[in-house]
Write a protein of this length. Structure first.
Length: 698
């Protein structure tokens, strides 16, 4: 996985683009393929200035459409439609595609110019966290004294820490030159330990727009001037409405003169002033109203050379002046002076060795719920499996099936009456044209499955007819498909009870060798990491041997999903401090689990606070590898486990994925009857990953 740096600010006009360019230059010089990404852009076809500059300067051989998440228009529509999660997923999928092509990615946050600028800071923090990027915040020092800059920086840092962002370093930009040292000292006092801060002074050449930038932004026509003249900085603008003699008294160095296109006297006077050593040198002339100089005047000014650029717009003088007043300097590929100035200030003020050293060790270890969901979907897609969904007429199942089909996550078989399924799908506007469907009542496989079920259960008094009738049930039919390896796994439970879903698995698929019990875990996706809770759904009161099996199975499930298993076997006391039957049960389970799997890191009995809080762990279990850092939590009984997972889910706003069944020979998973479409999609993906780990038919 590549490393990402997310450069963002808490307000507009921070000079973030200068920092972006400097960091790109710095990283490009240290090897590896460096990419560039913007979460939101204005135009899907035309890159903005900074993106265009990065593409051209660093010769990025990556299509423009891979360098951004979506447009502001798409973002607005999705947010208005209350599709925040879909919006984040869209950006994440685009970023992950780019991540495959690069070793490092520099992300430039939004510019506070979109339709919801007041929400952009929170948006940028969420994006950075969900992309797994470290954050490089930039605070705007322009027009502020030293105390104001430091206070703005403190506020920005507190906001980022509140959102649990990983901070790489901090930049205060556009600071008054005389205040640089004072601001630097103030930042050192407020920075978190180990986080470096850099202060960059205001550079006038970077602040002001050029004539060419004004022309590009306003859509102006270039009437005259050689190419280099359009790179002149515009220090101020003058609206010429006076008679020529009075107007000449107001010319200043670097002015752009705004005047109607039919004011021949102002145009000629301005050009002559530009050629004269007796007057300040103007930056250019901007003609308004869609008017051009008379032909006689055009002929006259042609002989005055091309040193003063002249541009023309259709808007009236007042509107044009208002538009020009809102413009600020930008970095563009053709302005080598600004590029050099930007790189010079970053190289002078940012310690590249320190920053790159921190970057090497500052990789974000967070896993947000969206990141976890993305990863399981991608893993399922990498080796597609075949999953059977018995509840083929349920609306949520149909919607999830369509999503899984469109995203090519798994191959699916829906069980139920095909005509009824298709009618339901059509009424919902769902396309299932190529979906495999089987009706257990009429399937040619019913007899074969019934014969197999009879052989498995005849010792329990099952007759041939009872077996034939039983296999008509969708849960039994689906389980038989998995048993015969005609499907790799089954997911059910959106309208059926847990027992209806898992009883056929107990009877037909059975537990894997060496495991005495089928159990479950929930994958608890907190804001920045994932924990494993088991057993919270199946076993009311496991004995010590069963509890040990649950711990071992849960560790294997954790490893399957990239979680390092540090196992806490929970009780109401920690270590040797407590006595009683419940504590003794956990103590015995720990002994059994360690005997069976000495390679696993297991601690218990241990209380929840000692398992998750390093400070408490230092007091209650000093020296423990697990205490304070646990990732897998084994509850002593179903009452404790079920209540705890729901308490954490609601109180911490966690996403609980599961229950994920473990201990079976082949994967079957149960859904909650209150599950959402997203829950179903995630559970199907998890079932596919379980099937991948067990091998079998693809």
């Amino acid at each position: 996985m590549s490393q990402g740096i997310y450069i963002t600010s808490g307000e507009p006009r921070s000079g973030k683009s200068v920092v972006v360019l400097g960091i790109m230059e710095m990283l490009t010089g240290h090897g590896g393929k460096v990419g560039f990404f913007r979460p939101v852009v204005l135009d899907a076809q035309k890159p903005d200035n900074i993106t265009n500059l990065i593409i051209s300067r660093y010769d990025l051989k990556i299509p423009y459409e891979m360098l951004y998440g979506c447009t502001y228009d798409v973002a607005r529509d999705m947010l208005i439609g209350d599709r925040d999660e879909d919006f984040l997923k869209l950006i994440m999928e685009k970023y992950k595609a780019l991540e495959k092509e690069c070793d490092l990615i520099v992300c430039a946050g939004s510019d506070f110019k979109g339709p919801a600028a007041t929400l952009e800071f929170d948006f940028n923090a969420k994006i950075a966290n969900n992309l797994g990027c470290v954050v490089l915040p930039v605070v705007n020092g322009y027009g502020r004294d030293a105390m104001q800059v430091v206070n703005a920086a403190r506020g920005l840092l507190e906001s980022l820490e509140e959102r649990k962002c990983d901070i790489l370093a901090f930049v205060a930009n556009r600071v008054q030159s005389s205040l640089v040292d004072e601001v630097a000292g103030g930042l050192k006092r407020v920075m978190p330990g180990g986080v470096p801060s850099y202060v960059m002074p205001e550079v006038p050449i970077l602040e002001k727009p050029t004539v060419g930038e004004i022309a590009a932004t306003l859509g102006a026509e270039r009437l005259r001037g050689h190419e280099d003249s359009f790179n002149r900085e515009v220090k101020n603008f003058k609206v010429a409405a006076m008679e020529l003699p009075h107007y000449l008294e107001h010319i200043e160095n670097g002015s752009i003169i705004i005047t109607p296109g039919d004011r021949s006297d102002i145009i000629i006077g301005s050009l002559l002033a530009g050629a004269s050593h007796a007057y300040p040198h103007i930056a250019g002339i901007l003609l308004t109203g869609g008017l051009k100089p008379a032909p006689q005047v055009e002929r006259l000014i042609k002989g005055l050379g091309e040193s003063v650029p002249v541009i023309a717009v259709l808007t009236d003088t007042y509107t044009t002046a208002r538009n020009v007043s809102s413009l600020e300097g930008e970095l563009s590929p053709d302005n080598t002076r600004k590029i050099a100035a930007a790189l010079g200030i970053v190289e002078a003020r940012v310690n590249s060795t320190e920053l790159i050293g921190r970057l090497a060790t500052a990789r974000s270890g967070r896993v947000t719920p969206l990141m976890f969901e993305y990863e399981i979907i991608q893993r399922a897609k990498s080796d597609r499996r075949h999953i059977v969904l018995p509840e083929g007429t349920e609306e949520r199942i149909l919607r999830a099936a369509e999503i899984l089909r469109m995203r090519k996550v798994v191959d699916i078989t829906l069980l139920g009456n095909e005509e009824e399924i298709r009618q339901k799908a059509a009424a919902l506007g769902i396309s299932l044209s190529d979906m495999n469907m089987i009706d257990p009542m009429t399937s040619a496989r019913r007899t074969t499955y019934a014969d197999a079920y009879y052989e498995l259960r005849k010792h329990k008094g099952i007759s041939q007819q009872m077996a034939f009738d039983t296999i008509a049930d969708v849960s039994y039919f689906g389980t038989m498909m998995v048993h015969f390896e005609e499907a790799d796994g089954m997911v059910s439970g959106s309208v059926h009870t847990t027992q209806h879903t898992i009883r056929p698995a107990f009877e037909i698929i059975k537990t894997r060798p060496g495991c005495s019990i089928v159990s479950s875990v929930f994958l608890m996706c907190l804001s920045d990491h994932v924990l494993v809770f088991g057993d919270c759904a199946v076993n009311p009161d496991p004995n010590p041997e069963q509890l040990a099996d649950i711990a071992i199975s849960s560790a294997e499930t954790a490893l399957m999903f990239g979680i390092d298993p540090l196992i806490a076997m929970l009780s109401y006391s920690t270590g040797e401090s407590g006595k009683g039957a419940e504590v003794d049960k956990v103590r015995e389970a720990v002994k059994i689990a360690k005997g069976r799997r000495p390679d696993l890191k297991i601690e218990g009995p241990i209380q929840y606070d000692a398992a998750v809080d390093a400070g408490v762990a230092k007091t209650k279990l000093p020296g423990s590898e697990v205490a304070g850092h646990a990732t897998v939590f084994i509850f002593p009984d179903l009452n404790t486990g079920n209540n705890t997972y729901k308490a954490v889910q609601r109180s911490a706003n966690a996403v609980a994925v599961g229950p994920v069944l473990q201990g079976l020979n082949k994967p079957v998973n149960d859904l909650s009857r209150g599950c959402t479409v997203t829950d179903i999609v995630n559970t199907v993906a998890i079932t596919a990953i379980q099937a991948q780990s067990k091998g079998g038919p693809a």
